[in-house]
Design a protein around this ligand. Structure first.
Ligand code: HEM
Length: 223
């Protein structure tokens, strides 16, 4: 499925880059890192690019729901999520009436153990795609390298992106767009002398693993 999107993503990327003035300073985050993921997700959801104008606001609102409840943005975020919920539900309804060969129709036709997904699960799935796909790729591609890294990639960019095939991996390692995730232990175990009991709720710090020389290969370069 992702490979099928490649041509369209290349076309969108080229169109976004073509809007930039050669030789002029550019706010890369606003001009490239923000619009590109939003347009890709609009394409995955099969909605018109004009709808994507609301995607950034909705995606940010999803993350604002993780703020402390006394933060003024917290309540506002839920109002926006309701709007997003209604938007996704309406798009699913459209596909129910007029199925297509696309992602939303796939959700409507999917079965788990012989049962269709309920409406809330399908809407939540759309919400997850919007937030999970937007915040991560925006943060990663908007990465601002430190001076030494910038100098290195500047040298390499004159030879084209193929010259640095590890660049994407290195951006993922350095930025770590998702700093942590949690798991519930299914059985008693020990990790680095630390006992973990079945049922314990564990935080996995990807940001730490991506920098810790005792874990995996550690930093990939000396820069
Ligand atoms: C730099 C880009 C990305 C990073 C670093 C990233 C990272 C992650 C991580 C760490 C998880 C949790 C996996 C786990 O449970 O262990 C996750 C889950 C998920 N991501 Fe991403 N992601 C990225 C891009 C995307 C994109 C572009 C989409 C969709 C368009 C997406 C959709 C999802 C979804 C739906 C899940 C939940 C999967 C599940 O629970 O079954 N992600 N992602």
């Amino acid at each position: 499925m992702v490979r099928c999107l490649e041509g369209e993503i290349r076309t969108m990327t080229t169109a976004i880059l073509d809007r930039l003035e050669a030789g002029e300073p550019v706010d890369f985050v606003e001009e490239v890192a923000v619009p590109l993921p939003i347009h890709v997700i609009a394409s995955i959801l099969g909605v018109p690019p004009s709808d994507a104008a609301d995607f950034r606001r909705w995606s940010d609102a999803m993350f604002d729901t993780m703020l402390p409840p006394d933060d003024p943005r917290f309540g506002e975020a839920f109002a926006q999520i309701l709007e997003l919920w209604q938007y996704c539900y309406a798009r699913l309804e459209e596909r129910r009436q007029h199925p297509r060969d696309d992602f939303l129709t796939g959700l409507l036709e999917a079965e788990i153990d012989g049962e269709r997904l309920n409406d809330a699960t399908m809407v939540f799935f759309c919400l997850s795609i919007l937030a999970a796909g937007n915040e991560t790729t925006r943060g990663c591609s908007g990465w601002r390298p430190g001076p030494r890294r910038a100098a290195r990639s500047g040298r390499r960019s004159s030879r084209g992106p193929e010259a640095d095939p590890g660049a994407v991996e290195e951006m993922l390692r350095w930025v770590t767009p998702i700093p942590n995730f949690c798991r519930t232990a299914t059985r008693d175990t020990v990790i680095r002398d630390e006992p973990i009991a079945a049922g314990d709720y564990i935080v996995m710090w990807y940001a730490s693993a991506n920098r810790d020389e005792t874990c995996g290969t550690g930093p990939t370069t000396s820069t």
